[in-house]
Design a protein around this ligand. Structure first.
Ligand code: ZN
Length: 100
């Protein structure tokens, strides 16, 4: 039996994905060549694998993707600007492209 070890670092660039907790639909994850529970990708690396930007339709309806303030007490509700921009389906403003 293989034990899955949770990691908090992007598989591709190694950066901590704190601030970029999200779930996307299985077909999006598969299109990026990722397996379920295959690790984490930061937004930038997932988009690089997909060859396109993420949009709101890529994300599941899970609470972790919800911008409802009722979830604000959870650590995953502290998000990078670029993740919020994708969840809201709007382009980040200039100067909001930095990782954290
Ligand atoms: Zn990355």
């Amino acid at each position: 039996m293989t034990t899955w070890r949770p990691t908090t670092h992007c598989r591709d660039c190694g950066v901590s994905v704190a601030g970029e907790w999200y779930t996307v639909h299985d077909h999006v994850w598969a299109a990026a060549g990722m397996e379920r529970l295959g690790g984490c990708l930061c937004v930038g690396c997932l988009e690089a694998r997909l060859g396109r930007g993420l949009n709101a339709a890529d994300f599941t309806a899970a609470e972790i993707n919800s911008l409802d303030p009722k979830w604000n007490r959870y650590a995953w509700a502290s998000r990078t600007d670029r993740l919020v921009a994708r969840l809201l389906d709007c382009a980040p403003l200039p100067g909001q492209l930095s990782l954290f």
